[in-house]
Design a binder for this molecule. Structure first.
Ligand SMILES: *Cc1c(COP(=O)(O)O)cnc(C)c1O
Length: 407
């Protein structure tokens, strides 16, 4: 071990510093961060108000030192069971359904691909190169999964409505197709893919259908109570084998918690990993990440029970009302158009008249954190409850930026 630190490399401070100094230092570090409490973030933060945050914070602190995967904490096992059961009841899980709490959507996705792969291998061992078949709008985490597992991935064009095209996908299913992945909704366009029809296709062709409901999983069930015709995507649809939903998105939990659900517990059995040729005997796991933050599990459990159905529904009403205000405001400005028909809270809009990314730059100089799409060029956002503080100012600024671009 070298005792000479590299020039310029940060080292451990020689003496410890008091909390007051650290708090000050971290507050200073934070000064350039997006001000999400005022609705300046367009992505990545799901803030439902100080009361919800406070419940999550307290629950997190109570279980911060515990590893939720360690069997010596039955409290956290129980909370995970509850999270899975509540999720199954929201998302159409029948008697045979099962699920696992994971550290996030990425872990849920990686595990789903692995389970589908092992199920496929058991059934069609002779296939040399199995592949995933996905519409172009699915999250890149499935590319990552395929790369990690040495699988091919075929990405096909989506339809003009920004949804997966059942026709295109059905033309591409082959004997080597181990899995179709679709989104509810997709991150770029906010449209829920036609899961019911894809389920029929998947059943006919004996392919595993996985629904990435990371965004919609904990929003759509509540929205469907007051908005008619929200496209269905749940586990009750024939052909849906697995579904991922992020508690740390519209579950309003602290970061680091998601669920992976299966319509049939037999499919979940493929998730298991076991090894015994090492000094500590048999090692068994159902997941990828070894440790799981006890705090994240506890916060999710507490927030779900704090909000309940009525709490989630009123937040969902707020989100959908806000989304409509954004959509109307964007259409009213002129020269801008919304891409497709967003089903839930994700919206994207482009322009045939202006360089929409230049408008994004101008919005950024006005203090908005702007999310963009590249193909087609568009601005993009996920509407959350906190945007009631921001919607008017955002639309005013957007109108001004467009006016400037017009001149
Ligand atoms: C967020 C998201 C993921 C990945 O989830 P993480 O929780 O960030 O790991 C996967 N798919 C979609 C559609 C997402 O929005």
């Amino acid at each position: 071990m070298s005792s000479f630190p590299l020039q310029g490399r940060k080292t451990l401070p020689a003496r410890g510093q008091p909390w007051s100094e650290l708090q000050e230092a971290m507050s200073a570090l934070r000064s350039a961060d997006t001000d999400w409490r005022r609705g300046r973030a367009s992505l990545d933060v799901y803030y439902a108000g100080e009361d919800v945050l406070d419940v999550a914070r307290r629950a997190y602190a109570m279980f911060m030192s515990e590893n939720a995967r360690a069997p010596q904490f039955p409290s956290l096992q129980r909370m995970q069971d509850d999270l899975v059961q509540i999720s199954l009841s929201l998302l159409g899980g029948g008697r045979e359904a099962a699920g696992t709490v994971t550290s996030g959507g990425a872990e849920s996705a990686l595990l789903a691909v692995r389970s589908a792969y092992r199920a496929f291998r058991a059934r069609r061992p002779q296939v040399r190169r199995p592949h995933l078949l996905v519409p172009a709008s699915v999250d890149p985490v499935y590319e990552q999964a395929a790369e990690m597992m040495g699988l091919d991935l075929i990405r096909v064009a989506i339809g003009g409505d920004y949804r997966a095209s059942v026709q295109t996908l059905s033309q591409c299913v082959e004997l080597e197709t181990m899995m179709i992945v679709a989104s509810a909704p997709s991150l770029p366009f906010g449209a829920i893919d036609p899961i019911e029809a894809l389920g029929r296709l998947a059943r006919e062709r004996e392919v595993w259908l996985h629904v990435d409901a990371c965004i919609g999983g904990f929003l759509a069930p509540h929205v469907a109570r007051f908005v008619p015709n929200v496209p269905r995507f749940d586990l009750a649809l024939p052909g849906v084998r697995s579904l991922a939903a992020d508690l740390h998105k519209f579950g309003y939990a602290a970061n680091g918690v998601s669920v992976l659900l299966y319509a049939d517990a037999d499919d979940q059995a493929h998730q298991a990993f076991e090894y015994n040729q090492w000094p500590k005997g048999t090692w068994r796991t159902q997941t990828l990440s070894g440790s799981l933050a006890g705090g994240a599990v506890a916060a999710a459990w507490a927030v779900m029970h704090y909000l309940g159905e009525t709490g989630y529904r009123s937040l969902a009403q707020r989100v959908m009302h806000l989304r409509d205000r954004y959509l109307e405001g964007i259409e009213r400005i002129g020269g801008l158009h919304v891409l497709g028909q967003p089903d839930l809270s994700v919206i994207a809009f482009g322009s045939d008249e202006f360089d929409i990314h230049a408008i994004g730059d101008a919005m950024q100089t006005r203090g908005w954190q702007i999310s963009r799409l590249s193909a087609p060029a568009a601005l993009h956002m996920t509407v959350t409850p906190v945007h009631d503080q921001a919607v008017d100012a955002y639309l005013d600024d957007l109108a001004r930026c467009v006016l400037t671009a017009r001149k």
